[in-house]
Design a protein around this ligand. Structure first.
Ligand code: BTN
Length: 338
């Protein structure tokens, strides 16, 4: 059984996945007939789907199904939902079934400005502080967008904070409100992690550089899978928030990605000109733990203080022993003291 499966568009396993995506039970015979292959070959391709982490149920005498079905990512669907401002700024949308990391894919591309990369799963998804990003198949959103900036990395300070704000605004369009931002890069709901942002930079630190903006958002996590993962902090997904706030319908991943792109692309186009300062007031309104006692950790070093907000460049403003201190980004982690 292969350990890595790349479902190319002509692959039988992909055709099988599309047939099973409706969630119904399909007999091996029917699947074989539709694909023009034997039942034994159907079984072989089903193993490819299982390797990808897809929960294929086998019902003796009846056939195979994916319980609950799967709604797959689709570039045409996403494109059809882009508004007139965002559409011309999106060069291409690449969707993979499995990839090491959507960020790495765009990083390796020669020209990635305006390129969007999504994957149904990642084998080496990266989080901040060298962490692994749990990326099970077709459940969540893993996507990256490339953008080229002139004027060096200094002009990009605060960019990842604004990406968080873009996510908050995009989710609000579906009625998903009360989502907060934990400095510098976490998206929270009820103090539980809903998503995160990882921006990676390459090029000339003082001149032209490219930013790869990586976004991971939990849409429908499987608690059993999470229990077997390395996730060690409280988490939440869009599906549970939608149930909690009694949304009529959980937005699809295609709709969420399009809503984020509709906010993200114009923001990227104007960021160098506007800078973080333009977004500061709005960002503070979505800031988690404001005026609360917090602890900021850097490795084994802890700093205790009261969270006062962010500066015009996006640095964290902390009241420590009566003095305000500014903390710039880095390998830092912030949590509530109590
Ligand atoms: C965090 O640690 O909170 C940031 C997580 C960022 C994960 C996303 S998923 C898509 C993109 N590709 C990666 O390898 N990482 C980012």
């Amino acid at each position: 059984m292969p350990g890595y499966v790349d479902l190319k568009d002509d692959d039988r396993a992909l055709q099988l996945l599309r047939l099973l995506a409706d969630g119904d039970v399909h007999s091996g015979e029917k699947l074989g007939n539709l694909l023009g292959i034997s039942r034994a070959a159907v079984w072989k391709y089903l193993q490819h789907l299982i390797v990808l982490g897809i929960d294929v149920k086998s019902d003796k005498g009846r056939g195979y199904s994916i319980s609950g079905g799967l709604s797959l990512l689709s570039a045409p669907s996403i494109k059809s939902l882009l508004d007139a401002t965002a559409k011309p700024l999106v060069e291409e949308i690449d969707i993979f079934y499995q990839i090491e990391s959507t960020n790495s894919h765009l990083m390796q591309k020669k020209s990635s400005s305006g390129c969007v990369c999504l994957s149904e799963s990642q084998t080496g998804g990266r989080g901040r502080r060298g962490r692994h990003w749990f990326s099970p198949f077709a459940k969540n959103i893993y996507f990256s967008v490339g953008w080229e900036f002139e004027g060096g990395v200094a002009a990009l300070e605060g960019l990842s904070l604004v990406v968080g704000l873009v996510i908050v605004k995009a989710l609000a369009t579906f009625g998903l409100s009360d989502i907060l931002l934990k400095w510098p890069n976490d998206v929270l709901y009820n103090n539980k992690k809903l998503g995160g942002i990882l921006i990676e930079l390459a090029g000339d630190p003082a001149g032209n550089c490219k930013a790869i903006i990586g976004i991971g958002l939990n849409v429908e996590m499987n608690p059993e899978q999470v229990a077997n993962s390395a996730i060690d902090q409280p988490w939440i997904d869009i599906k549970s928030i939608a149930e909690e706030v009694a949304l009529v319908r959980v937005p699809s991943r295609n709709e969420i990605v399009a809503a984020i792109l509709n906010q993200l692309m114009p923001m990227l186009k104007n960021y160098q000109q506007l800078g973080f300062e333009f977004y500061r007031g709005e960002w503070m309104r979505s800031m988690a733990f404001l005026e609360r006692e917090v602890v900021l950790s850097h490795g084994v070093t802890n700093k205790f203080g009261v969270l006062r907000g962010v500066s015009s460049s996006g640095a964290l403003c902390l009241l420590v022993g009566g003095q305000e201190e500014l903390v710039h980004g880095g390998e830092l982690s912030l949590r509530l003291l109590k």
